[in-house]
Design a protein around this ligand. Structure first.
Ligand code: NAD
Length: 437
């Protein structure tokens, strides 16, 4: 099933539980903009090559606020997949009280196959195309890092956008993207790089505390994907006393029954998020990504790579007791049901990995001079503390909702559905006020 269909199933289920008006369900299923084009990009030898670029805006009632969402460079980027991600991005923002509409997009390209110069050309071509259509800007659409893009990409976007707009008034250029580098003149905020991984651990701790779970029973972790989210999750899980038993990237994984030392793992990771597996053969076993999902001796599984990896084909083979979703959309609806039947707690993406977008909000608000009491001083501890306060509040609201909607004689609502409901309840009055006007 397509990723978009997975998300629509969840939206429709939430609407049914809430007995939502049909017109409002239609809005939640719809899009404000579906843009795509063939980017023309200059190669190292001077020839031009085309790559498909996509940007989607979900329907949002926040007409005075920008759309917000990641920019992905990956061969599988396509319109339908980005539509699903754009809806999820709205839900994540609304759940956490961030007044943005969701967006998502990217370029269908494998960055590991091209030079840094070609990737810069891709980014600049994308900015040119989007700016020509006026669909990029601090109050229109604010991309951020995602799979295959980094703070370097965000800096290139900001610089290109500033070059194009220099002559116009009141363009607060730095706010055109988040996840920028930190330092004089770059406009990034300390803590954005760590935010998603750090937030995952905060949400895990918070869910376990609110649900009164015994921390001692959940110790051993396996992480699929060792890029920004996966590697930071490994670092902060280790700092919190968890034992990382296995990690993987797109080339496969490694497993050590005694657990890995985080410094060792960090040394193995290259700039492109690849684990340098040949270097570790003596101290760990090689495993496939498929084997990582089904490991016997783990308590917590952290999918932190791509969507649709936990499906009806492998859900019944998962032995972990908790799934902490670092990636967006790693679990299909069919798998969700099977995991629930097997008593596995899924801490869903929109709840678990919202640290990144929360700190993006702090970065953007500072860049465009928005005054908001939630925005902390640009100091890493302050940023992570302010982010954790927002995430913890969301966990409490979501867990309460999961109890509230429990049917007589049944378990509480899964956290994913409780999170969808919390988000939709939060935004519905604003949609209704516009519908009536
Ligand atoms: P990244 O590019 O930094 O890292 C991606 C990692 O996944 C790499 O290690 C890569 O090798 C690995 N990978 C790719 N294909 C794989 C496969 N088929 N099997 C196993 N591993 C594979 O990306 P990221 O920013 O860490 O994002 C990872 C996930 O987290 C994505 O789903 C993204 O949407 C989500 N996310 C990211 C952020 C953020 O702040 N970066 C925030 C919220 C959610």
């Amino acid at each position: 099933m397509s990723y978009l269909k997975n998300i629509l199933i969840r939206i429709e289920k939430a609407a049914e539980i809430l007995d939502l008006e049909p017109w409002l369900l239609d809005k939640l299923r719809g899009f404000k903009m579906c843009w795509s084009c063939n980017l023309e990009v200059k190669m190292n030898d001077g020839t031009l090559k085309q790559f498909r670029a996509v940007r989607i805006w979900h329907r949002s009632p926040h007409t005075d606020q920008p759309h917000k969402g990641g920019l992905r460079y990956h061969p599988e980027v396509n319109e339908e997949m980005m539509m699903g991600h754009a809806i999820e991005m709205s839900i994540k923002c609304w759940l956490n009280g961030l007044e943005w509409g969701g967006a998502k997009g990217g370029v269908a390209i494998d960055p590991s196959c091209y030079s840094d110069q070609v990737m810069k050309n891709v980014t600049e071509a994308l900015v040119d195309e989007m700016d020509e259509r006026n669909i990029l800007g601090p109050f229109r659409d604010v991309p951020a890092t995602d799979v295959g893009t980094t703070s370097k990409t965000m800096n290139q976007i900001r610089q290109r956008y500033a070059q194009r707009r220099r002559s116009r008034e009141d363009a607060r250029f730095a706010g055109v993207v988040t996840g920028k580098p930190v330092g004089y003149g770059f406009g990034g905020i300390p803590g954005r790089n760590e935010a998603t991984g750090y937030g995952l651990v905060e949400v895990l701790k918070s869910v376990m505390a609110v649900k009164n779970m015994n921390r001692q029973k959940f110790n051993r972790v396996a992480i699929m994907g060792f890029g920004n989210v996966g590697s930071n999750a490994a670092k902060f899980l280790t700092q919190n006393g968890y034992q990382v038993m296995a990690v993987s990237d797109k080339n496969g994984g490694i497993y050590n029954p005694k657990g890995f030392n985080i410094d060792f793992l960090e040394r193995l990771k290259t700039d492109s998020g690849i684990i340098n597996i040949p270097n570790i053969e003596k101290s760990a076993d090689k495993i496939s990504n498929d084997e990582l999902l089904k490991l016997e001796d783990i308590d917590i599984l952290v999918p932190a790579a791509l969507e649709n990896v936990i499906t009806q084909k492998n859900a019944s083979l998962i032995k972990a007791k908790i799934i902490l979703e670092g990636a967006n959309g790693p679990t299909t609806p069919e798998a969700d049901k099977m995991l629930q039947d097997n008593g596995i707690l899924v801490i869903p993406d929109i709840l678990a990995n919202a640290g990144g977008v929360t700190v993006s909000f702090f970065e953007w608000a500072r860049n465009v001079n928005i005054k908001d009491e939630r925005v902390p001083k640009p100091e890493i501890n302050e940023v992570l503390k302010a982010m954790s306060a927002i995430l913890n509040e969301t966990v409490i609201k979501t867990v309460e909702k999961s109890f509230y909607y429990r049917k007589t004689g049944q378990d509480c609502l899964p956290l994913r559905m409780a999170a969808y409901i919390t988000a939709i309840e939060q935004v519905a009055p604003l949609f209704r006020s516009k519908h009536m006007a």
